[in-house]
Design a protein around this ligand. Structure first.
Ligand SMILES: [Mg+2]
Length: 394
């Protein structure tokens, strides 16, 4: 399944969040009417007046004289956008951003860890709401085309799942211009032939469709049947894989912190290996009972996805902060960034010799074995104890 996530009235919602006084009032983010500005984004109250993006601000003000006009702060939107991508990357590295506020995710590699895509989509939606105070609409469907329709379907604050067996039923009543690439002109032509809905198009004489659309007719007819083979192409800019746990109650026991951190490290390394990535920067995040949050990192000489290597560093980072101290920890997180793709890894002869001497084969084969078992039976069927491959300090 593919997940499409689209923030609701993104720029406008960020501005409302930043400034409680304007919340809920009709507002746009855009250029000044006297300087021939246009609307970049309109919040939902403004849309009630028929205001939409790309409309000249002058016209928007005519429709709603008490409209608030906020100047865009693109730096801020970019920052929030990165925070949203960071949330996505907790669940999958397969993220294809379409713009600052919209992305496709393929979570099929993460379902064993987090449950099915619907559960992951719900979780992402609630992370965005809890952590960023913004709403997103989520669509989940067997392919990109349908996932995007699904996210739009429930907007704003929507959550729509289209199962394989519901595809045709969902598509058939939609107007033909929902098919990518038909556009306004195409749909007007179809209407003149009495073809209004996807169902009409699907059942129409293929010759007529071919006359209208030429080369594109096969693709459009496929879409009308819910067929779309495009893959999610991850942005190589996806910069980190991380996972965190909030404890049900604050933890002051050092070994409980360590066991949780081992679990998180294993999950993160498993996802790295599944994505064919190796990371150089290892990060630990600790949030204390008073919400004070620190993050500490170490950089490896050589990127890795090996549980034992990563754990060695995570454990040191935690020890530096907490060992021998009294603390109350609310949340702990482990993350890896600074990716190199495995395939691009350059192994020099010197590295190979070193590897033979210090042979790390046992830990590699432990990783491989646990991955295999997890792929089949799910995340929690196996967890490394400290005695297996993870040697304890004296
Ligand atoms: Mg949007």
């Amino acid at each position: 399944m593919i997940i499409h996530i689209d923030m609701d009235a993104f720029y406008a919602s960020v501005e409302e969040r930043e400034n409680p006084e304007i919340r809920g009032k009709p507002l746009i983010v855009g250029g000044h009417p006297e300087r021939r500005g246009v609307v970049s984004a309109a919040n939902y109250p403004a849309r009630q007046f028929g205001i939409h993006s790309a409309m000249p601000t002058v016209q928007a003000v005519k429709r709603c004289p008490h409209l608030l006009i906020v100047h865009p702060r693109h730096g801020l939107y970019r920052k929030v956008s990165q925070q949203i991508v960071d949330i996505f990357s907790r669940y999958t590295p397969m993220i294809e951003p379409l713009s600052l506020d919209e992305a496709f995710l393929d979570c099929s590699g993460s379902e064993k860890l987090y449950g099915d895509s619907a559960r992951i989509g719900k979780q992402i939606k609630s992370d965005i709401s809890n952590e960023l105070e913004l709403t997103a609409s989520v669509g989940i469907a067997p392919n990109k085309f349908l996932a995007k329709l699904a996210s739009d379907y429930g907007k704003p604050d929507g959550f729509t799942v289209i199962l394989e067996e519901q595809v045709q039923e969902f598509l058939d009543p939609q107007p033909v211009d929902r098919l990518w690439g038909i556009g306004k002109v195409g749909s007007a032509r179809f209407r003149s032939l009495g073809i209004q809905t996807v169902r009409d198009l699907r059942l129409a004489d293929p010759g007529i469709i071919k006359n209208l659309l030429g080369q594109d007719s096969v693709r459009i007819r496929n879409l009308a049947s819910g067929i779309d083979d495009r893959k999610v192409i991850p942005d190589s800019d996806v910069k980190s894989i991380s996972q965190e746990t909030t404890f049900a109650r604050n933890i002051s026991n050092y070994s409980a912190i360590e066991s949780t951190a081992i679990y998180l490290t294993e999950s993160v390394c498993y996802r790295l290996r599944k994505a064919g990535l190796e990371g150089r920067v290892i990060k630990v995040k600790i949030r204390f009972a008073d919400f004070h949050t620190i993050s500490r990192s170490r950089t490896l000489e050589k990127p890795s996805h090996r549980t034992q290597t990563v754990w060695g560093n995570v454990r040191t980072l935690i020890a530096e902060e907490l060992k021998g101290k009294s603390f109350k920890v609310r949340l702990i997180g482990v993350g890896i960034s600074g990716f190199d793709s495995e395939q691009n890894e350059q192994v020099s002869i010197f590295d190979q010799v070193k590897q033979d001497i210090h042979s790390d084969k046992p830990s590699r084969s432990v990783d491989r074995l646990t991955d295999k078992i997890r792929n089949r039976f799910g995340r929690d069927v196996i967890q490394l104890g400290r005695s297996v491959g993870l040697k304890k300090d004296s």
